[in-house]
Design a binder for this molecule. Structure first.
Ligand SMILES: Cc1cc2nc3c(=O)[nH]c(=O)nc-3n(C[C@H](O)[C@H](O)[C@H](O)COP(=O)(O)OP(=O)(O)OC[C@H]3O[C@@H](n4cnc5c(N)ncnc54)[C@H](O)[C@@H]3O)c2cc1C
Length: 455
């Protein structure tokens, strides 16, 4: 059996790893367009810093990634984030997120009632959810509609929107609840309303001890150490090819013909792990892939900067903050890396990771990297009020990089998958366009694909 895997990010590499182990006689080629492995994962490792330039960590409860990390012998390097207060920056004021809330949804009465972030009418409206029924109907709905129905406009604007839109980099009015956070719908249906569901979940987390632990996991060697381990421990029959952009794919006479600049090659099976846009060049004659080709993708930029601690007149509180959409700034959030992941930076430095890219704001697409650095610096300086200039800055501009799971996403994916199952034997489409945009989601899909191919 000869198999091609398109894309050498975490999803493509983990597919190759699991496949090579399960089928030691298969000839497996991984084709990656760039000259490095890891895709969006990129760690800056020098002078005592281990700082993520791309994704920063992963949700530890998504165990597929932890399983892979341990299998590759890196289990000892796993660390959880420092838990600290997080803040909301709204129109010039920094306010703590009420204690006991999970992504802004209240689960404890007192800290929520005492919070200075929301008005009394906003608190009362959110509290009324206690008497609400599940969101009506069985159809998919936008995240915005679902949370406004339960918790009211003010809480959505001040908490849910800045906290959730960061994950997908998108507009909550367009994003599908069932495609992104189906667990909220399940909790609401099981417990009658959202607040009761979240309280039940929080109580379970407290009983299991999970509530006191950081929710995110990292590796002391950086996320790129996982990429390195995958490459180093790749089974023998897997061959890895960088600088091999796939320019076209077609299915002819029971084989997949894959075209790169080096020429054409035929494969019995094919796994595609690349972002939606790449389908513009794949299966061009088949309109059934159009939904993938037209999938919206949002842009964002991350500017990382290191400053001496002495640049700050008082220590930073918590581990970072998110910014409401109505606050006049192109920034969306800032993480204090040196507080959230103290092991990643020298002790006398403060490292900030500043995010730009509000939905409908074109700053990221229209500004050069240098301009983005200047903008991020001047805006974050206004908010945090430090003196002096960063010792170094690093920018990554991720244009059209985050697939937007818009309302109806799950049905569209199911339709594509049905078509593939019927018309393309031996073809698998996995990765960020389908069932989750995070790193563990890609690894889980890779693992499950190989398990399914064993049957
Ligand atoms: C700003 C941002 C922050 C994020 N933060 C987090 C986070 O904190 N935690 C988390 O879990 N996830 C995060 N993510 C998501 C995470 O980056 C992805 O889940 C993960 O990197 C996806 O890996 P992948 O291999 O599926 O795709 P990618 O990393 O995109 O890899 C795809 C690979 O395919 C290659 N490729 C593309 N086209 C072709 C072609 N035609 N031929 C050959 N190769 C091709 C690309 O060069 C790339 O190497 C973040 C994403 C963004 C954009």
């Amino acid at each position: 059996m000869k198999v091609a895997i398109i894309g050498g990010g975490l999803t493509g590499l983990s597919t190759a790893y699991y496949m090579g182990k399960s089928f030691p006689n298969w000839e497996i080629h991984v084709l990656e367009s760039s000259n490095r492995w890891g895709g969006k994962v990129q760690t800056k490792r020098h002078d005592g810093y281990v700082v993520e330039v791309g994704p920063d960590s992963y949700l530890a409860r998504k165990t597929a990634m932890t399983d892979l990390v341990k299998e590759l012998g890196l289990g000892d390097t796993l660390v959880r984030n420092a838990t600290g207060e997080s803040y909301i920056y709204h129109q010039g004021q920094m306010k703590p997120i009420p204690g006991g809330s999970i992504i802004g949804i209240p689960t404890e009465f007192l800290p929520f009632a005492m919070s200075s972030l929301l008005s009394w009418s906003g608190k009362l409206r959110a509290g009324l959810d206690f008497f609400k029924k599940p969101y009506p109907g069985n159809e998919d709905m936008s995240i915005d509609d679902f949370f406004r129905y339960h918790l009211g406009d003010e809480l959505v604007h001040l908490l849910i929107e800045p906290l959730l839109s960061g994950i997908y980099g998108g507009d909550l009015k367009r994003l599908s609840l069932l495609g992104t956070f189906p667990e909220f719908r399940q909790l609401e249906q099981k417990h009658g309303n959202l607040v009761k569901g979240m309280m039940a979940m929080q109580s379970m987390r407290k009983q299991s001890g999970a509530a006191t632990e950081g929710q995110f996991a990292q590796l002391t060697g950086g996320l790129e150490s996982l990429v390195d381990a995958l490459v180093e421990q790749m089974p023998e029959k897997v061959s890895l090819h960088t600088s091999s952009e796939v320019l076209g794919v077609s299915y002819t006479d029971g084989c997949y013909v894959v075209e790169t600049q080096q020429g054409r090659d035929s494969y019995d099976r094919l796994v595609v792990t690349t972002p939606p846009k790449s389908y513009e060049a794949f299966f061009k004659d088949d309109a059934n892939f159009d939904d993938l080709r037209h999938m919206e993708q949002s842009s964002c930029a991350i500017v990382i900067m290191s400053l001496p601690k002495s640049a700050f007149t008082k220590p930073l509180q918590g581990t970072g903050f998110v910014i409401t959409r109505s606050t006049e700034t192109p920034l969306t959030a800032c993480t204090y890396i040196s507080s959230k992941w103290p092991q990643t930076t020298p002790q006398d430095k403060v490292v900030l990771r500043v995010f730009l890219g509000k939905p409908t704001d074109t700053t990221v697409d229209t500004h050069s990297e240098k301009e983005l650095c200047e903008l991020a610096l001047s805006e974050i300086r206004k908010i945090l009020g430090f003196t002096g200039n960063p010792e170094w800055m690093e920018v990554v501009r991720l244009q059209k990089s985050m697939p937007q799971y818009e309302v109806g996403h799950k049905e569209r994916v199911a339709t594509i998958m049905k078509h593939v199952a019927e018309q393309y034997p031996g073809l698998a489409l996995i990765g960020t366009p389908f069932t989750g945009v995070g790193m563990p989601d890609g690894i889980k899909q890779a693992y499950e694909l190989v398990e399914a191919w064993k049957e």
